[in-house]
Every structure is written in structure tokens, then in C-alpha cells.
Design a protein around this ligand. Structure first.
Ligand SMILES: Cc1cc2nc3c(=O)[nH]c(=O)nc-3n(C[C@H](O)[C@H](O)[C@H](O)COP(=O)(O)OP(=O)(O)OC[C@H]3O[C@@H](n4cnc5c(N)ncnc54)[C@H](O)[C@@H]3O)c2cc1C
Length: 397
């Protein structure tokens, strides 16, 4: 066999995935430069203080909050992959709470406004949210109902005399809840409903009389984000605050959750890759028993396992995103991607703590923070158990 016929593995090849074009890669570069220069240096400080609102304004100014949003509202009009690029690159900030607060704005609260909203609602809320001058949050979860969305109790009652709605209830664990200018609120408008009809979305300004930002909730991770307990006491909103169709809010929010889960899965892969890369570096530098710890077979195999899981999750996210971009509504695969990416991200972060030894347990190295931040993903946007149920039911079980 001639030497030229011997194929050498090209481990260092940096070939981009086929869903991405050169334009996506340029966008990736510019987001990464911004994140490393302007956000990452503040990561430790924001763990203590939560990230400041200027981040929204700055990112709006750079066009990063509307990458895949329509140009008529100030967006860049890009495809879904541009949103994936943002989710991947924001991980370089090493600040899960920041990534989550931004994703609530771009991929959770904004999409239902753009899909179901009136022209006035899009101009009033989506356009400034894209510009970063207004901040949004989304309220589904309540103290007595999380996974069981249909079990929510927040009521919106129509005042027949004026046509207004009067809202009473509470929402909890609401990301951006303390800083938001408006909330996409899930309510029940038909108390007697026994089906998924009878729920309605509202776009409620957070300075409306009767909206009370009760408590800033303390949590295991995602410290850079604010998480609120909110109360709604006789909050009166006009009919024009209804988002979408009266009675169809449950279906609207289930649609929203698909985008939230897919972007969450992309964030998990990116978070896992970050913590892997930092740990790989550590394993090459840290010595024990006369050699770099990465050269012990048991540690090498941990990296092999982690890399295989990350790559598997990434391919699942990319293939699902490709189907989504091409007009399909692949709920089963989105659910699989969310479940798998969340699980492996926590496994990877946990293994990275182990490889760091005592350093992994120390705040200074930031590895324990990654574990705490990533742990949320097995709960938020639908728990592992709910994801398994959605997948199982999709087979007619
Ligand atoms: C940091 C953070 C930020 C969040 N941000 C937001 C936000 O911005 N907006 C928002 O609306 N919500 C938000 N959430 C809420 C989040 O989506 C919910 O916590 C999640 O959906 C789970 O609901 P729950 O906490 O009520 O748990 P529960 O529904 O009470 O579940 C408890 C346990 O029971 C299991 N379980 C429940 N039902 C079933 C079933 N049918 N089969 C098997 N097991 C089941 C669950 O999997 C879980 O293990 C946030 C949560 C956190 C922690």
C-alpha cells in the first residue's frame, strides 16, 4: 500500500456542521468576541448581584436579541440556526443565570407575542424587547401547579360591563420577574373546564396596579438570574391584553414550550462543552504520581465517555433544529433532545468536579457553579419525568 493511501485521523479538523453557513460562523465569531470581552469578566460579580439590565440594552444594540426575529420589528430576519449560535456562544460567559435570563427574553416570552400577538402588541412589546429597552418574563408555574399546567388556578374574569379582564392568582419561580416590564401570563378563563380549552394568555404590564413582586427567591444555582414569586390581586387589563385566542392559551403555551426546550437543549450541550474544555485543560496540567492526571487510563476514559455523550446530544439538537427550520413540528425529537442534553450536561459537570478533585468543589474554579447551573435543566421547561412521559405517549402508550 502506498503511503498516500494511508488515511490519518484528522482529530484537529474544525469542519463546521452542515446546518451552518459561513455567515453563521461569522456571527459566531462576533458573538464570542463580545461575550468574552464584555460579559465573561463580570461572571463572578453577577453571581453575587445578578446581571444588570444594561446587558439587554447592549445586546439589543448589537442586534443579538433579534437574530431570528422579523426585520419589521427590528430583528435580523435570520434563520433558527442563528438563535442556536447565540445559545452556544453565550456559554462562554460562564454564567448560566445570564444565559437563562436572555433566553427567557428571546426564546420564551418573545415567540408567542410574535406568533399570536396583534400588530399593536408586537409594536408595543416585541420591538422594544428586540431592541433591549424592555424586558419580558413568562408566567406559567404556580405554587400549586408546575408540571401539571392545566392545574393552574390564576383566574382571569371578564367584566361584562367594560369588557376588561380582572386577574387574580400567583406565579412562582419566574425568571426576570423582578426586572421585567411585561409578563406573558397563563390564566384560566373557564373555571369549569375539564379539557385543555378554557385557558387564555395575557400580556400584562408589570407596573399594572395589583401586580406584586413578592419575593426574590434564593436558589441552588443560576445565581446571576433573578427569580420571583409574583402575586396578581384584582389586576385589571383591557381586552386588548389578551394574547392569541381566548380559550386557547394552553395550546399556545405548549407551542411555546417546544422552542424553549430546543434552545434549552442547545444551551446544555454548550454548557457541557465548556466545562469539558476547562477540565481537559486542567487534566493536562495537574500532576499526580509523576504524570498529568489525564494520562491515567481511568481519567482518559472519563473524557472519552463525556465527549461521546456531548457529541451525541449535539447531533440530536442539530438534526432536530434542521427539521424545525424546515417546517416540521418535531415534538418527540425536541423532547428527546431536551431530556438527553439536560441529563448528560449534569453527568458531565459532575464528572468534571470529580476530575478536578478538591478544586472541583471550590468556588474559585467555577466547575461547581457549572454543575449547580446545569442541574436546573432536568427540572425547568419540563422535568425529565414529564419529558419521558411525552416521548412515551408519542408512541400511543
Ligand atoms: C430556577 C428556575 C427558573 C424557572 N423559571 C420559570 C419561569 O420563568 N417561568 C415559569 O413559568 N416557570 C419557571 N420555572 C418553573 C419550572 O418550569 C417548574 O419548576 C417545572 O416545570 C416543574 O414544576 P414544579 O416545580 O411545580 O414540580 P412538580 O410539578 O411539583 O413536580 C415534582 C416532581 O413530581 C414529578 N411529576 C409531576 N408530574 C408527574 C407525572 N405526571 N409523572 C411523573 N412524575 C411527575 C416531577 O417530574 C418532579 O420530579 C423555573 C424553575 C426554576 C427552578
Amino acid at each position: 500500500m502506498a503511503t498516500a493511501d494511508v488515511a490519518k485521523p484528522d482529530y484537529a479538523a474544525q469542519r463546521k456542521h452542515f446546518i451552518f453557513t459561513d455567515e453563521h460562523e461569522q456571527l459566531r465569531e462576533s458573538i464570542r468576541r463580545f461575550v468574552i470581552k464584555e460579559l465573561q469578566p463580570h461572571a463572578d460579580e453577577w453571581e453575587e448581584t445578578t446581571f444588570p439590565d444594561w446587558v439587554f440594552e447592549r445586546m439589543g444594540e448589537l442586534g443579538f436579541l433579534g437574530l431570528d426575529k422579523p426585520e419589521q420589528y427590528g430583528g435580523q430576519g435570520g434563520d433558527y440556526y442563528t438563535s442556536l449560535v447565540l445559545a452556544e456562544e453565550i456559554a462562554h460567559a460562564h454564567c448560566g443565570g445570564l444565559a437563562m435570563g436572555l433566553a427567557v427574553q428571546t426564546d420564551m416570552a418573545m415567540p408567542p407575542i410574535l406568533k399570536f400577538g396583534t400588530e399593536e402588541q408586537k409594536q408595543e412589546w416585541a420591538a422594544p424587547a428586540i431592541a433591549g429597552t424592555k424586558i419580558l418574563c413568562i408566567g406559567i408555574t404556580e405554587p400549586d401547579a408546575g408540571s401539571d399546567v392545566a392545574g393552574i388556578k390564576t383566574r382571569a374574569v371578564r367584566d361584562e360591563a367594560t369588557g376588561d379582564y380582572v386577574i387574580n392568582g400567583s406565579k412562582t419561580y419566574i425568571t426576570n420577574g423582578h426586572r421585567a416590564h411585561a409578563i406573558v401570563l397563563v390564566t384560566k378563563t373557564d373555571p369549569a373546564t375539564t379539557t385543555h380549552d378554557g385557558f387564555t394568555l395575557f400580556l400584562v404590564p408589570m407596573d399594572s396596579p395589583g401586580v406584586i413582586r413578592e419575593k426574590r427567591l434564593k436558589k441552588l444555582g443560576m445565581h446571576a438570574s433573578d427569580t420571583a414569586l409574583l402575586a396578581f390581586q384584582d389586576v385589571r387589563v383591557p381586552k386588548s391584553a389578551v394574547l392569541g385566542t381566548v380559550g386557547k392559551g394552553f395550546y399556545h403555551i405548549m407551542w411555546e414550550l417546544q422552542g424553549e426546550r430546543l434552545i434549552g437543549a442547545a444551551g446544555c450541550v454548550a454548557g457541557a462543552q465548556q466545562v469539558f474544555d476547562r477540565t481537559l485543560q486542567y487534566a493536562k496540567e495537574r500532576h499526580a504520581f509523576g504524570r498529568a492526571i489525564g494520562h491515567f487510563q481511568v481519567i482518559r476514559h472519563k473524557f472519552a465517555d463525556m465527549a461521546t455523550k456531548i457529541e451525541t446530544a449535539r447531533q440530536l439538537v442539530y438534526t432536530t433544529a434542521w427539521r424545525f427550520q424546515n417546517g416540521e413540528y418535531p415534538v418527540r425529537e425536541i423532547t428527546m433532545a431536551k431530556l438527553y442534553a439536560a441529563r448528560i450536561s449534569v453527568e458531565v459537570a459532575d464528572e468534571c468536579i470529580q476530575i478536578h478533585g478538591g478544586a472541583g468543589y471550590m468556588q474559585e474554579y467555577g466547575i461547581e457553579r457549572s454543575w449547580r447551573d446545569l442541574r436546573l435543566n432536568r427540572i425547568g421547561a419540563g422535568t425529565d419525568e414529564i419529558m419521558l412521559d411525552v416521548i412515551g405517549r408519542s408512541y400511543g402508550l
